[in-house]
Design a protein around this ligand. Structure first.
Ligand code: SF4
Ligand code: SF4
Length: 221
């Protein structure tokens, strides 16, 4: 608007969408305080350091082309209250970030938000935690992004490597195959994808990989 002053109205509109405040059904005259343990406080501490500078929001390639995308800063704010054990609007807020086009599933994981954050908050990590919460609550919708996540994990557990062709077929269905045909052919030529997605060699250390997948999986798919 002038010198280094920018118009951040769109930023605050997205910020408001995620109900960026504690929603708690407290008694008017409680007899006890609601104790938050140090480890519970730790879960939300980093997100609480956000100064809402907007650097992540305005460097995100998705906010640039999709006016409905809530954006990384608001997702950090959503996570801050989702991780707060005193909050009672867990599903209500998750429903907002779970919506297609505006929600976390439209993040393309480019890491730009993490690169630019002056507070080292790492919004993409908070987005991933929101993904996990959505799966854990059993409210994930059947869309390209969720199918992509499910297949990715299953492929690593089953083959020890990513079955690229299978990933496209499972997550994007027939049209996806057509859309990615050119890139797929190049990948097959370079040995980076298998020509028959039903025949994928297994990694030598598949047992160890499968164990790692199991112990590192926190979500119910
Ligand atoms: S990782 Fe996601 S939210 Fe962050 S800048 Fe990239 S697309 Fe935007
Ligand atoms: S760049 Fe960091 S501090 Fe700034 S709004 Fe985004 S998360 Fe918050």
């Amino acid at each position: 608007m002038k010198d280094l002053i920018i118009d951040k109205d769109d930023f605050w509109v997205m910020h408001d969408k995620v109900k960026p405040f504690l929603i708690s059904d407290v008694e008017e005259h409680p007899e006890h305080e609601h104790i938050v343990t140090p480890s519970e406080a730790e879960e939300l501490l980093e997100a609480d350091y956000c100064i809402q500078c907007g650097a992540c929001h305005y460097s995100c390639p998705v906010t640039e082309i999709n006016e409905q995308f809530i954006g990384p800063a608001a997702f950090v704010k959503a996570y801050r209250f989702e991780a707060d054990v005193r909050d009672d609007a867990h599903i209500e807020r998750l429903d907002v970030v779970n919506e297609e086009i505006q929600g976390v599933w439209d993040c393309v994981k480019c890491m730009e938000c993490a690169e630019v954050c002056p507070k080292d908050i790492n919004p993409i990590e908070k987005i991933t935690k929101l993904h996990n919460m959505i799966f854990d609550e059993g409210i994930a919708k059947n869309n390209i992004a969720t199918r992509h996540a499910v297949y990715f994990k299953d492929s690593i557990a089953k083959h020890g490597q990513l079955n690229e062709a299978g990933l496209v077929i499972y997550s994007e269905k027939g049209y996806g195959m057509y859309k990615h045909l050119k890139v797929g052919m190049k990948m097959i030529a370079k040995g980076k994808a298998h020509i028959n997605p039903l025949i994928v060699p297994k990694s030598e250390k598949l047992d160890e990989i499968a164990k790692l997948v199991k112990i590192s999986s926190t979500s119910k798919f």
